[in-house]
Each structure stands twice: as structure tokens, then as C-alpha cells.
Design a protein around this ligand. Structure first.
Ligand code: NAP
Ligand code: G4F
Length: 359
């Protein structure tokens, strides 16, 4: 039986990847960090929490990285953990640099010493392209990072290549474009919209505050994207791959589809809030996944409108179940400020608020 170690197993991708690898008969290990309130809801939601081995540890702690490698003795390592929210990286640039950037070196260096023949996946990001390219971005497109998060990811990308090229390690970068699902965090625009649309539909709130509606992204469906991670590590040679849908949509299109899927007009509910505009935003991203398709045989299956509908339907289902008194693993109860339905707490900060948010 092969062993896989997943960092960031409690996040969206980590949970879906754990489920995929269990299906493929792996012994799945995952690093989780100690928090005052445990966040295992995604693993519980997918019914995998009791089938994996969870190892406590923090990416900023070299000892816990080493401990996880020794305990799991992995054939494959999927490095997904990160401070992954771009907006928060403007407020916590040094921590983001450490967690999202330097931790890649921590893991690669520990693997070089302990398990050099491992296969390593680095969660690189389309955010690294910034606004440098006018055409669809591929593996050759230069990076132009526009946030502390993106800069940290560029660092991680290069460290992965450097360990591959200088030490001969099987280390791959997945340059994944935005991918979403009902397990997406509430701070990201897709889930913020679908969760609030569900609440508006059920009469729990009236409006949503949003920032830049003109921004365009290439949004895909997360369960399909984690499959590409596994495919990269099964390839004969280590390489870097763009994973995307090749289609681009604006935040406004997202909003229109989400509201219309429950019979509402978005213009009656959306409030544009200047405070939610980023100091620097990436205006548009669109990926060219030709290489992943040719070499790995990967391609996207779910359309953008289907993705939005899947997410809205699931948020409506959850809210209905909750209103009917059902208890189940879900992120909203621990994130929502009931006094103001537009506010979401992430750590000690409020995102999505028009009143308390300040920069
Ligand atoms: P996510 O839901 O935000 O999950 C992040 C994970 O990292 C969580 O499990 C989190 O643990 C963990 N983590 C954060 N800081 C940590 C620390 N100091 N020590 C240990 N674990 C820590 O992110 P995601 O959407 O699944 O994305 C997975 C990876 O892909 C990330 O690296 C992200 O940057 C990258 N990526 C994502 C996308 C996308 O569209 N989703 C696109 C391109 C690249 P807690 O549960 O304790 O917070
Ligand atoms: O959903 P977002 O926060 O995702 P963003 O910044 O594109 O980052 C995500 O995708 C990256 C891949 O390209 C990952 F690397 C990263 O980890 C993360 O998963 O914002 C999308 C767009 C932005 O242009 C933002 O300005 O939506 C715009 N937006 C408009 N109003 C908003 C809002 N974003 C958020 N989060 N909240 C708003 O109210």
C-alpha cells in the first residue's frame, strides 16, 4: 500500500484529495495544526476523517515537518497548506511569506535529507501571473505577482524547480487556476456569494457587500482539480503543469448566475463597497491547459454555470437543514456574525464588512 502525506488536509483541496487517494487505496496521512477550535468539518462532510491518519504540526515549525515525514514515510507528498487568501496577505505579508513561501523549503529540505526519492507536489497558483499577460497563461508565461501571497507562491515555485534541477528530486508544480466547490472557504468570492444568495433566498438576510465586480477569473470545480495533482505525480518525469478551464468569467457574471438560479435579481441585493477593493488586484486570469491535457490526459468537465449552481444548491440545502434543527459539519455556524449577516470572521479579522473593516 502506498503512503501519501498531505499538508493542508483540513482545507478544500486537502479534503477532496484525501478522499481521492483513499479511493485509490493509499494510506493517507495529513498534517493539521492545533487551533483553539478544530476545523475538521470538510473531512467529516466527505466521510473521510476516520479513515486517515492525522498528525499534529505547523508548517512554520521545522520539527513538526520532520516528525510528519518520519511518521508517514511517504511515497508522495502533496504540499497544499498555505495562507491562501490573497486579501489577507496584504495585512499579514510576513506570515504569508513564511507559511506560503518558506515552508516549501522546509519541506523540500527535510525530504532531501530523509526521503529523497519521494514524489513531491507543490500547490502553485495562477495568481503568480498577476496582470502581466494579455493572452491565456501557460507554463511559459512570465510571472508578475501582484500580492504578498503571489510573491510567496513564486518563491515556492522556484524552490520546487531548484530542488528538482539541482538535487534530482521528483518535484512538480501544479499551476492551478481558481477552483471552487461547496467546501470552499467563506472568505473567497464564490462561496461568499453562494452562501449569501442562499440566505437571501430563505429570508435570512437582504444584501451582500462586494468589491471589484469587473475582475475576471478562470473558475473550475475543485474535485476535478485534485485529480490533476495525483496525475502529475504518476507521470514518468517531474514537470510543471497549468490546470484550468480555458474560460474566463467576471465576478458580475458569477453574481448574476447565482442570483438567477434561485429566481432573484442581483441588482436588488448587491452593494458595491469600496473597502472591499484590494490595494492591487489581478484584473483577469485565463489558463491554457494544453500541456496537462496532452501529457496527463486531464481536462475540465464542469461548466462555470453548473459549478455556481452546485454551490448555490448546496448552500440552500445546508441552510434549510439548519433551520429545520439539523446538526451537521458546516463552516457557517463558526464564522457568521448573526448581528450582521455580511460579516465573516477569519481569525480575528472581519472580511466582507462595510462597517468594521479598515486598512
Ligand atoms: P485552503 O482551503 O485555504 O486550505 C489551506 C490549508 O492550509 C488548511 O488546511 C490550513 O489549515 C492549512 N494551513 C494554513 N496555515 C498552516 C500552517 N501554518 N501550518 C499547517 N497548516 C496550515 O486552501 P485550498 O483552496 O484548499 O488550496 C490548497 C492550496 O492550493 C493552497 O496552497 C493554495 O494557496 C493553493 N491554490 C489554491 C487555489 C484555489 O483556487 N483553491 C488555486 C491555486 C492554488 P487550517 O484548516 O487549520 O486553517
Ligand atoms: O475569490 P477570491 O478571493 O480569489 P483570488 O484572489 O482569485 O485567489 C484565489 O485563487 C487563486 C488562484 O488564482 C489562489 F491562488 C488563491 O489561493 C485563492 O484560492 O477573489 C477573486 C476576485 C478578486 O479579483 C477579488 O477582488 O473576486 C474579487 N472580489 C470582489 N468582491 C472579491 C470580493 N473577492 C472576495 N474574496 N470578496 C469580495 O467581496
Amino acid at each position: 500500500m502506498r503512503s501519501a502525506l498531505i499538508t493542508g488536509i483540513t482545507g478544500q483541496d486537502g479534503a477532496y484529495l484525501a478522499k481521492l487517494l483513499l479511493k485509490k487505496n493509499y494510506h493517507v496521512f495529513g498534517i493539521y495544526r492545533r487551533t483553539s477550535t478544530p476545523s475538521f468539518w470538510r473531512l467529516q462532510y466527505l466521510g473521510v476523517q476516520n479513515k486517515i491518519t492525522l498528525i499534529p504540526g505547523d508548517l512554520m515549525d521545522t520539527g513538526s515537518v520532520i516528525n510528519a515525514i518520519i511518521r508517514s514515510n511517504p511515497d508522495e507528498v502533496y504540499h497544499l497548506a498555505a495562507q491562501s487568501f490573497v486579501e489577507a496577505s496584504f495585512d499579514q505579508p510576513s506570515a504569508t511569506g513564511d507559511i506560503t513561501g518558506i515552508s516549501v523549503t522546509r519541506i523540500l529540505d527535510a525530504l532531501k535529507l530523509l526521503k529523497k526519492n519521494v514524489r513531491f507536489y507543490q500547490a502553485s497558483s495562477s495568481e503568480m501571473y498577476g496582470d502581466g499577460a494579455s493572452q491565456a497563461q501557460n507554463e511559459e508565461t512570465p510571472f508578475h505577482p501582484a500580492s504578498p501571497y503571489a510573491a510567496a507562491k513564486v518563491y515556492g515555485y522556484w524552490l520546487t524547480r531548484i530542488y528538482r534541477e539541482s538535487f534530482g528530486m521528483f518535484a512538480c508544480n501544479g499551476l492551478l487556476f481558481n477552483h471552487e466547490s461547496p467546501l470552499r472557504g467563506l472568505e473567497f468570492v464564490t462561496r461568499k456569494v453562494t452562501n449569501t444568495v442562499a440566505m437571501i433566498k430563505l429570508g435570512l438576510t437582504k444584501s451582500i457587500h462586494l468589491g471589484n465586480l469587473k475582475a475576471k477569473r478562470d473558475w473550475g470545480y475543485a474535485p476535478e482539480y485534485v485529480e490533476s495533482m495525483w496525475m502529475m505525480l504518476q507521470n514518468d518525469t517531474p514537470d510543471d503543469f497549468v490546470v484550468a478551464t480555458g474560460s474566463q468569467h467576471s465576478v458580475q457574471e458569477l453574481v448574476e448566475i447565482a442570483f438567477s438560479s434561485v429566481g432573484l435579481n442581483w441588482e436588488d441585493h448587491v452593494i458595491i463597497d469600496k473597502k472591499l477593493f484590494r490595494p492591487l488586484d489581478v484584473p483577469a486570469l485565463k489558463g491554457d491547459y494544453t500541456k496537462a491535457n496532452k501529457i496527463l490526459g486531464w481536462k475540465p468537465k464542469t461548466s462555470f454555470s453548473d459549478l455556481v449552481k452546485i454551490m448555490v444548491e448546496e448552500d440552500v440545502r445546508r441552510w434549510r437543514a439548519s433551520l429545520n434543527g439539523k446538526m451537521f459539519p458546516w463552516d457557517v455556524p463558526s464564522s457568521l456574525n448573526i448581528e450582521n449577516q455580511n460579516e465573516f470572521y477569519v481569525g480575528s479579522r472581519v472580511y466582507g464588512s462595510s462597517t468594521k473593516h479598515s486598512r
